[in-house]
Design a protein around this ligand. Structure first.
Ligand code: GDP
Ligand code: MG
Ligand code: K
Length: 296
């Protein structure tokens, strides 16, 4: 049997039911980090794996009318992120009907190549007769690949939604173990945060070429704490000494500052396990470059 896999972005106004859908679809297999707003490009909401394949649901930064330069930048980022996924689910609220927020998002989708499903949620709240006119009004604005009415809360039609998603996804490998979050963009940002603290605390003593690799990022059983193991790669043994500091004082301080910021980023408590290793000439080794996120 074929194995399918891919990335599916979940977008829609606040309160349309994105989290509820995730919890329902992914159920106990879910690996959810946090629901706090953030600015990373893509983050995992949940991973669904069965014998057909694997669906990685992603959260993208909110698409809303920008009020500032930063807002504009975030909208650009959101659009770029949407180009990178295999499928977009636009969730809308059947009870509330179409609002300016929905229209704004749809205008953006027109500039993105990725196919889009319209997922009309909360159908348990409306009379079936009201559904068709609502769907029509959306269809007039955009040519959706599929339109799927569901109730995320009651689980109505969510199985059909998953079937349709699998139909849309390409053949591919499982990207993640179902019970583990290894969100590489997120890992990259965490690595950059650690690197920033190293450079800040060591001043000129450590060159900018210092590399940080996040080896592991695993939510603990309680789902409150995330365990992160990261390695700082120095180029020379003398740098390793500086990075560790007197009785480990430097490494401890790097860890403390980085942990505080990572906790803010993830909205979770973090256990940060930091290591320092010497890796000579890592910059010349292609495999390393890939790992450090500088490859193609
Ligand atoms: P999000 O902001 O898009 O993640 O929305 P949430 O998943 O947090 O849901 C917002 C509210 O809508 C919560 O109170 C949910 O219980 C409720 N909700 C979500 N899906 C449904 C649904 O299918 N039917 C009903 N009646 N309520 C729903
Ligand atoms: Mg939510
Ligand atoms: K599109």
């Amino acid at each position: 049997m074929s194995h399918k896999s891919g990335f599916v972005a979940l977008i829609g106004r606040p309160n349309v039911g994105k989290s509820t859908l995730m919890n329902h679809v992914v159920g106990r297999k879910v690996a959810i980090m946090s629901d706090k707003p953030q600015t990373t490009r893509n983050r995992i909401r949940g991973i669904f794996t069965d014998e057909r394949g694997q669906i990685v649901f992603l959260d993208t930064p909110g698409i809303h009318k920008p009020k500032s330069k930063l807002g504009e930048h975030l909208v650009q980022t959101a659009r770029a992120a949407l180009e990178e996924v295999d499928l977009i689910l636009l969730l809308v609220d059947a009870e509330e009907g179409m609002g300016p927020g929905d229209r704004f998002i749809i205008e953006h989708l027109k500039q993105v190549e990725t196919p889009v499903f319209l997922v009309v949620n909360k159908i348990d709240r409306v009379h079936p007769d009201a559904l068709l006119p609502l769907i029509d009004s959306y269809r007039r604005l955009y040519s959706f690949k599929e339109v799927v009415p569901i109730s995320a809360l009651q689980g109505n039609n969510t199985g059909t939604l998953v079937d349709l998603i699998f139909r849309e996804l390409p053949e591919g490998p499982a990207y993640y173990p179902a019970d583990q979050v290894t969100d590489s963009p997120e890992q990259f940002i965490v690595a950059e945060l650690i690197r920033e603290k190293v450079l800040f605390l060591t001043r000129e003593e450590i060159p900018h070429s210092v590399a940080v690799v996040v080896e592991e990022m695993i939510p603990r059983q309680d789902r409150e704490t995330v365990y992160i193991r990261a390695t700082i790669y120095a180029e020379r043994p003398s740098q390793k000494g500086i990075l560790i500091g007197k009785r480990g004082a430097m490494l401890k301080e790097v860890g403390r500052l980085a942990r505080e910021e990572i906790e803010r980023l993830l909205g979770n408590k973090v256990y940060l396990d930091l290591w320092v290793k010497v890796k000579k000439d890592w910059r010349n080794e292609e495999a390393y470059l890939r790992r450090f996120g500088y490859g193609d």
